[in-house]
Structures are given as structure tokens and as C-alpha cells.
Design a protein around this ligand. Sequence first.
Ligand SMILES: [Zn+2]
Length: 325
Amino acid sequence: MSTSRGLLSFFPEGGTVSDAPSTTPQPALSTTSDHVSQPSQAEFNQGDNSKRKPRSSWVYDHMPNRDREYEYFNRAGKAEWRCKYCPKTYLLSGGTAIISEHLNNRHGIKRDGAQDSRAKNQQKSIKEAMEQSGQHPHKRRKLHHREKGDSLDGGVLEILWVSVIAACSLTFRLVCLDPFRAFLHYLNPDIDVWLPTSPTTVSSWVIRQFQDRKGDMAQQIQSARSKIHISCDLWTSPNSLAILGIIAHFINENGKLQHCTLALKDIIGDHGGENLAKAMMEVLEEWGFVSKLGFFTMDNATNNDVMMRALQRGNLPISASNTTC
Ligand SMILES: [Zn+2]
């Protein structure tokens, strides 16, 4: 399905394009961008950037697409930088100094030093972990009862360690590795009081954190100001599994556009629309927002048409009206 060019949108029952709140994703909106004036398909292409060096300038963090390697082209096919905050564009052949100037003069945005931004990110991660630990207190056992381990908070440690495992795809068994433990002990001996020595416990930490975060997200979805719009795509994972990715897009109670991965559903059996509809229905029911369903955006593969018709027959509040762009 990923090779298909067009995007297909299905509307909520009785809805039309003009019924959509202006802040919600429009049919052709890229799921990776918050920018409201996303260019049409004709105006950009990804290009083959596999041979290009990664971009180093900070100005690429201020384009509409969150991916700093994303390439925009003007109508003449020339690579350009697009401003995230205004319609201004600059040809990349002109260098990035003028873009820095634009961000600074027009939007008051200055380059953070690499160290500053790293320190800020660290503080932000620790602060968030402390808040989450406070919101989801779990009973935990000290590994060494005689030692206090007061310099560390077990709850915060669990959240931070699970983030590291998830971000780096680390093995749960790392905690059993003596050199690794020696390294951590050198940084802070209290680590021995809180960091489990069993991979099974680490695995239970990961599951517990996943459930906590999922519960938080379900609450956000329940209190969303907008309808919940869905984008989805089926693709084959490197280990040859057929995975249906389902993403929700909505405006949260603070008025912010949110994107949430609802499921990466392993599709067993054929990839026909009926089978996809069954998987989609399971996910929607699990998250419990069927009555708040908005638009569906997906590529124009035939099995997606069949899936939407099957969902309709399953009494989902969606109409058959759709648009292709
Ligand atoms: Zn600008």
C-alpha cells in the first residue's frame, strides 16, 4: 500500500470537508507535520537523500516537517528551506546564514548552543520522569534492605531506564552484565539498591510503563476537544510481518494537535479489506472512542475501500463519502 500515490479520506457520517474544524488534519495533511499550509503533492518530493550527508545546521529544526532531513522543492525543482512559522522560503543554494537571520529577526529564534540544548533536554526528561512517577506510584522493593539508596528515587529510575531501553532497543539482560553494573556503581553506589538484577523484572517494568503511558493517552483522547481522526497504512516489517499502523490525530484539551500511535497491529491471514476492518475495529474498541470518530486518511489501495465499507456495515458512525487527492 505504501507505493500507492494518492491519499483517500473517508468522512464522519454526514460530514464534508468544510465541516472539519480548521485545526484538524485535512485529507492530504502529512501525519508528520503540524504545519497548516502543507504543500500539495506536486510541490515536493522526498528525493533520494540516502547518499546525502546528514544536515548539520540548526535551521532545519524550524521547517514544517519534524524530520530535519525532509526535502522541500520549489516548482522549478530547486531545493528550498521552508519556514515553519510563516510562508517565507529560501533556496538552499543561498546558504543557511540568511535563514538564521530570518529566524532571528522575524521570529526571535536564536540558535541554542549544543550543550545548552542537551542540558535542557536532560532536565526536561528528568522532570517529566519525576512527574510521571508521582502520577503513577508503584510499590517497589529495595534489593538491599540494609542500604538506604536515598540519593535515587526508584520510580524515576524505572521510567528513565525504560526510556533508555526503548530508545536504544537494549536487551533486558544488560542489568545482569557485571561491567555495566560496575560502571553504574562507580557513578552512584545506590544504583545497587534500585536497579534489578533480573531481566524478568526489567521486562515487567517495560510493560508497566507502557500501560501507564497508554492509560494517560486514553484519558487525553477521551477529553479531546476535536473528533479523533485516523490515518493508517499496512506495510511489511523487516522480519516479514504484515503490520497495520494506526495513528490517531486530535486536538487535546489544551488546544494542541496531538498524534498518537494507537497500534502496530500484526495482520494474520490475508490482507483483504474485511480482515483489515476486523483489526481496525479491535483497536478502536480497545481505545473506546468509536463515538468520537472523525476522518480516515489512507492511501487509495482497493483493500482500504473494502475495509471502510466493512467498518460501515459494522455500524461505525462513518459515511461512504470520500475524496481522493
Ligand atoms: Zn518565517
